[in-house]
Design a protein around this ligand. Structure first.
Ligand code: APR
Length: 311
């Protein structure tokens, strides 16, 4: 049986770290693509040379040529500019739309049966653009955001309570930006809802830190944005798809009536398997939670409208 093939477009911080996670877990052969000459080849060779040490038999190459990506099972798009301090994810829209459009157009020519995973920001908008450009069924184009935002919240809760991160389950839905919606009633520690275990002021502080989690890292790094956690989230999605796990995670998916929203990509709980998004789960939300999702959906929809020049 041949090993699955994963192409990662953008061999920068998130792209190359994603390759690292995938290779270490022996999940797939990997093709790293970048516009910069030599860099993806150098990173690919360096990572390949690490494989004897960690005992993984995957093949990793770097390239500037999309022919090398032919027949990929999964194509990951991380190409684009990251945020600088003071920038919102939305500020990247026009810079990254051109890049994402061009890389998606080239990748789909060589991998018409792939599932596309998108990481480039603004996330929900770039995922929508990739769906349009590739012409794929919407179930095969998915954005990574919710696993990351939920992992940030899980981290803060685990640190606050001094419990294992494995006991903490958090669900952050909505657009990947300041309007994201951390669901405190559904999030829990070993089955106990967060709002029953944390005082309101501590819970509010964790929600706020989660919403601003990406910005916190950008202001510390000064050049570039978070990459370890975003790439770990991508690797989890790749594994769920390749192993057909039917794993339920929050991700940016095309909504068609779910949560009262339609026609946009948006952070919702999805079940992931070999065909991509198998279904979207609908939680029982109260009026306040629904209103927050609606507001977040309106924000994403307004940004998707700005894509007109690229469609
Ligand atoms: N084709 C291929 N690669 C490209 C192109 C292109 N047209 N344009 C830019 N790139 C590459 C850059 O050369 C760079 O190596 O994309 C890579 C981006 O890497 P970084 O600058 O390190 O950025 P990174 O931190 O990986 O973030 C990329 O993911 O999390 C989001 O907000 C983040 O949108 C940003 C994206």
């Amino acid at each position: 049986m041949s090993r699955p093939k994963v192409t990662i477009i953008g061999a920068g911080m998130t792209g190359s770290t994603t390759a690292h996670w995938l290779a270490a877990r022996e999940l797939a052969d990997i093709v790293l693509v970048d516009i910069v000459e030599g860099m993806p080849q150098g990173k690919g060779l360096d990572l390949q040379e690490a494989m004897p040490i960690i005992g993984s038999d995957v093949r990793i190459i770097g390239t500037n040529d999309y022919e090398d990506t032919a027949g990929s099972d999964i194509v990951i798009i991380t190409a684009g500019s990251p945020r600088k301090p003071g920038m919102s994810r939305d500020d990247l829209l026009h810079i990254n739309a051109k890049i994402v459009k061009s890389v998606a157009e080239q990748a789909i020519k060589y991998s018409p049966d792939a599932i596309f995973l998108v990481l480039t920001n603004p996330l929900d908008v770039m995922t929508y653009l990739t769906w349009k450009v590739t012409g794929l069924p919407h179930q095969r184009v998915i954005g990574q955001a919710g696993i990351l935002d939920s992992a940030r919240m899980r981290t803060f809760v685990a640190l606050e309570l001094g419990v294992s991160v494995e006991n903490v389950h958090c669900y952050v839905l909505g657009g990947h930006g300041d309007s994201m919606v951390p669901l405190t009633r559904h999030s829990n520690v070993a089955g106990v809802p967060l709002d029953k275990i944390l005082p309101p002021d501590r819970l509010a502080a964790i929600v706020e830190r989660t919403r601003k989690g990406g910005g916190e890292i950008v202001s510390l790094l000064k050049t570039g944005s978070a990459f370890y956690a975003p790439s770990a989230a991508l690797a989890q999605m790749v594994e769920a798809i390749l192993k057909d796990k039917h794993l339920i995670v929050p991700a940016s998916a095309y909504v068609d009536g779910e949560y009262g929203l339609s026609g946009i990509y948006f952070g919702v709980p999805v079940q992931l398997g070999r065909q991509g998004v198998e279904k979207i789960l609908e939680y029982d939300l109260n009026d306040e939670e629904m209103a927050a999702l609606k507001k977040s959906g309106e924000h994403v929809a307004a940004n998707i409208k700005k894509l007109e020049p690229y469609l």
